[in-house]
Design a protein. Structure first.
Length: 196
């Protein structure tokens, strides 16, 4: 049976493959449509997103929307913006209180099938090292910083970004070029791309 995007999204939202490994329960969170022009590929939902079912519904989302230069209504308009994390459910916390890595089952079960149904996005934001490693493959640099430093080499299709978490405040201070050069370019591209 051939997938359609709507039927596949329904399958993903009903997925329970990782249930035994998710201490907070199963709640796949993603947004997509055949008409979206911008894709945001991130790591996995955090606990607040898990509780609300709305991606980037936290301070990280506020910062990401500021970087992109769009309001909440535009950000959550699935007809224009797809939000497709590497892992669809909150994976829980590691021993240091940070979020665990996305569950590998999501990539194995869903990534290829989903991207066969998604449109050819005009721009894809790769938020964090997991998204960068999978989507850029051998073109990703040795780490997240080196990949983001080389952002111009991935244009026009991709823009790699650090995670917008408060945990990256020190990174942002050490890398003022990010908000001085990359963010203005990102806002301009997003404005042109998402114009009604």
């Amino acid at each position: 049976m051939t997938d359609t995007l709507d039927s596949l999204l329904g399958e993903i939202r009903a997925c329970r493959a990782c249930a035994a490994h998710l201490p907070h329960g199963v709640r796949p969170v993603l947004r997509a449509s055949a008409s979206a022009r911008l894709a945001i590929i991130s790591q996995a939902p955090g606990i607040r997103v898990h509780n609300t079912g709305l991606p980037f519904n936290d301070s990280s989302g506020d910062r990401l929307r500021e970087w992109i230069g769009i309001d909440r209504d535009t950000f959550y308009d699935a007809s224009r913006v797809a939000i497709v994390p590497m892992g669809f459910c909150f994976p829980g916390y590691d021993a240091h209180g940070g979020d665990k890595a996305p569950r590998k089952e999501c990539v194995r079960l869903w990534r290829k099938r989903l991207f066969e149904q998604l449109p050819d996005f005009r721009l894809t934001l790769l938020v964090g090292s997991y998204a960068q490693a999978w989507h850029l493959g051998n073109d990703a640099r040795a780490g997240m910083t080196q990949t983001v430093v080389a952002w111009r080499s991935y244009l026009p299709r991709y823009i790699p970004l650090p995670h917008p978490s408060w945990r990256n405040n020190a990174w942002l201070k050490k890398n003022p070029w990010f908000e001085g050069d990359l963010v203005p370019y990102l806002r301009k591209r997003a404005r042109l791309l998402l114009r009604a």
